[in-house]
Design a protein around this ligand. Structure first.
Ligand SMILES: Nc1nc2c(ncn2[C@@H]2O[C@H](COP(=O)(O)OP(=O)(O)O)[C@@H](O)[C@H]2O)c(=O)[nH]1
Ligand SMILES: Nc1ncnc2c1ncn2[C@@H]1O[C@H](COP(=O)(O)OP(=O)(O)O)[C@@H](O)[C@H]1O
Length: 193
């Protein structure tokens, strides 16, 4: 993919599920006008409040697998029983037109993207203050009986082990402070290119 220098840059957020990356992304996108959210495709079902084409493109398994066959993804992963992937055409279109993208990817997707765009991506890892706080946030968001809660907590331990491979690490304790820190890191990256 790295043919010539793409004009737009890729900012990647990774964090264990429930840490707060979607919440932080929303606030950061409201503050940095030249940054757009990269909408991934997924086979997981929509959560209340999620919209097609805004939070994800919601595909069924067959549609997703057909797109894999056609080479439609820059990267994709399968976890929590579902596929998640970054769409090649949409990403190319954005960076070729000079738009910067904010991507919400799991740790493996983030590191794969860095290999494809070593000079044009910034990987930001967001840590929860503790596992106890992470569990509380997941319970608050998804409810005690949500499918995948235990799986998300187990995966969190694994994901935390990848933090040191990221360009920047921020702890999401106080939300306002985190948003200020993350906005500062991204602005600095975009202006010192
Ligand atoms: N590799 C990869 N991971 C993705 C993509 N889109 C979302 N994810 C990751 O999929 C995981 C689950 O996302 P989601 O079901 O929305 O749950 P949440 O993280 O708890 O909000 C998170 O770690 C996301 O960062 C993608 O296009 N590629
Ligand atoms: N700094 C914070 N302090 C307290 N609650 C938070 C904070 N950041 C996010 N949350 C809450 O935690 C839950 C998980 O956040 P979300 O953005 O959905 O996480 P992720 O996208 O990482 O899975 C949500 O209910 C959100 O409102």
């Amino acid at each position: 993919m790295e043919q010539g220098a793409p004009k737009g840059k890729l900012i990647v957020f990774s964090a264990p599920s429930g840490t707060g990356k979607s919440t932080i992304a929303k606030a950061v996108l409201g503050q940095i006008g030249e940054l757009s959210f990269s909408v991934s495709a997924t086979t997981r079902s929509k959560r209340p409040g999620e919209e097609e084409g805004v939070h994800y493109f919601f595909l069924d398994k067959k549609e997703f697998e057909e797109l894999i066959e056609k080479g439609g993804f820059i990267e994709f992963e399968y976890f929590f029983g579902n596929y998640y992937g970054t769409l090649l055409d949409k990403t190319r279109e954005a960076i070729d037109s000079g738009r910067h993208l904010l991507l919400d990817l799991d740790v493996k997707g983030a590191l794969n993207l860095k290999k494809l765009f070593p000079l044009d991506s910034l990987l930001l890892f967001i840590r929860p203050p503790s596992m106890a706080v992470l569990q509380e946030r997941l319970l608050q968001r998804d409810g005690r009986n949500s499918p995948g809660l235990q799986e998300r907590l187990e995966r969190a331990e694994l994901e935390l082990g990848y933090a040191e491979q990221f360009d920047e690490v921020v702890v999401n304790d106080d939300l306002e402070q985190t948003v200020t820190a993350v906005t500062g890191i991204i602005r600095k990256y975009l202006t010192t290119l």
